[in-house]
Design a protein around this ligand. Structure first.
Ligand SMILES: [Ca+2]
Length: 456
């Protein structure tokens, strides 16, 4: 697929470029009245690239359920993860804070001291306090000492019911043995992790959810992260292609998400449920993993992949369905970050965001009325081990993105609206703009750097 076809596929074609903000939005804004708390599903993929879904232009991967979700709701063309790597991106979703503030700097190996500290306030904790039933299924990856009293677990961060793993499902994503349900190891399981976590979510909704409460359900898939394991029926769809295991894995995740959406329909919950689907970072950089060739994720037209500060590392699919609030088929070009989820869910639930600490994310409800998001804090990313070195820091304001090194001595500047592939560095030709952005970035960078805790 060429760039033009891709942009058309993701809704960035010439016709939509002429439209301000978000095209085709409804006039009603929910979450402003008491007793109007929607149910919430936040589905997160692991290492799913910007170009990996059919509705984002992938030429081969079939994702009919996500295509349908986008057709029934809103597709974000400029959706970001809070970091180009797993754990920080997840910490960003849970806290609404750029992950460097909470000290979740990198992906967390098992037994590592790094973790999302108890004093961090998560969106699950806030929603639970406001009367939500809360559930997490799938990959957690916000601590090193999983299911240990030494560090907070999903229940300590607001999830009443959890069926989770520290990082990947092990030994593989087929027949895993490392799931823990509410503090108790589950032991050997049969099946693929996407199916297992969705089934747990369905069981929770059917059997355990107290229907007098709204629910908040986080479905954090392991797919399509390594070690990729795909059911034969999904492999068969791509028979003859070397990428069959990866393409099939994305389709399998899509199928399972579809099963969850069907359950919402059967329970007559579709209209009162806000669903958001996104990814924790860009596609795997290495397609060699322990001698195998299993990762074939696509950043679409973007530069870089996972672990990069260029768009391929951080820009991800973002799909929202919220019937009667978000008009079907809406395409939105407003930049949205994973750190916006906390403020957005709080606004929907009528909950105050924490005021005793910096919250970087912003409530995105205005985009459902076709308005722009007014940010107090610009979109900011930092990853010290970025493969795009020397560029380990990035900031976006409007259409403009600045990249920098940690010492704020080297810079690149791109206009993402004109140059989605970040091919044309305009640092030398936009002196006024880059001077202003450098100043804003340096101030923000220093402030965030000072807040980040040190680990032993
Ligand atoms: Ca990841």
């Amino acid at each position: 697929m060429n760039r033009r076809d891709f942009l058309k596929a993701v809704g960035l074609g010439a016709a939509s470029l002429a439209l301000p903000g978000c095209a085709g939005v409804s006039g009603r804004l929910a979450g402003e009245g008491a007793g109007d708390k929607p149910n919430i599903v936040i589905a997160l993929c692991d290492d799913l690239g910007y170009g990996d879904l059919s509705c984002y232009g992938h030429p081969h991967i079939e994702t009919p359920n996500l295509d349908g979700l986008a057709a029934d709701g809103m597709k974000l063309t400029d959706c970001y993860a809070a970091a180009p790597v797993c754990s920080p991106a997840r910490a960003g979703i849970l806290t609404g804070r750029t992950p460097y503030r909470s000290g979740v700097y990198d992906w967390i190996p098992g037994n590592n001291p790094m973790h999302l500290k108890q004093e961090e306030i998560t969106v699950a904790t806030l929603l639970k306090k406001s009367g939500y039933a809360t559930c997490h299924v799938g990959k957690w990856h916000c601590n090193g000492k999983f299911n240990s009293p030494e560090q907070p677990q999903p229940n300590d961060h607001g999830f009443e019911h959890w069926f989770s793993t520290q990082n990947n499902a092990r030994p593989t994503h087929h027949n895993p043995k490392n799931f823990v349900r509410n503090g108790r190891p589950v032991g050997p399981l049969e099946g693929y992790s996407s199916a297992l976590i969705v089934q747990e979510a369905i069981n929770w909704l059917n059997k355990e959810w107290d229907r007098s409460k709204p629910f908040c359900l986080f479905v954090w898939f392991h797919a399509p992260h390594e070690p990729i394991a795909t059911g034969p029926e999904f492999m068969e769809m791509y028979k003859g292609r070397k990428e069959a295991i990866y393409y099939g894995n994305v389709t399998q995740m899509d199928y399972e998400l579809g099963r969850l959406m069907k359950t919402l329909d059967e329970m007559k919950l579709r209209d009162e449920t806000f669903v958001m689907f996104t990814s924790d970072n860009g596609p795997e950089t290495l397609n060699r993993y322990r001698g195998a060739h299993r990762s074939f994720g696509s950043p679409g037209p973007l530069r870089g992949m996972k672990l990069h500060m260029y768009e391929g590392g951080i820009r991800v699919p973002g799909i929202i369905r919220w019937p009667n609030r978000v008009k079907a088929g809406t395409i939105c070009r407003e930049p949205v970050n994973g750190t916006d989820i906390l403020a957005t869910l709080c606004a929907m639930a009528g909950v105050q965001v924490p005021t005793d600490r910096p919250i970087d994310g912003t409530n995105i409800l205005p985009i459902f009325k076709g308005k722009k998001i007014k940010r107090k804090v610009p979109l900011y990313w930092r990853y010290d081990r970025a493969l795009s070195k020397p560029f380990t820091v990035a900031m976006r304001q409007g259409d403009w993105k600045i990249l920098a090194d940690n010492k704020m001595t080297r810079f690149e500047l791109y206009n993402l609206r004109d140059d989605i592939a970040e091919k044309h560095n305009l640092a030398g030709s936009e002196p006024k703009r880059i001077a202003a952005m450098k100043k804003t970035l340096a101030k923000l960078h220093t402030e965030i750097d000072a807040e980040g805790p040190k680990w032993k």
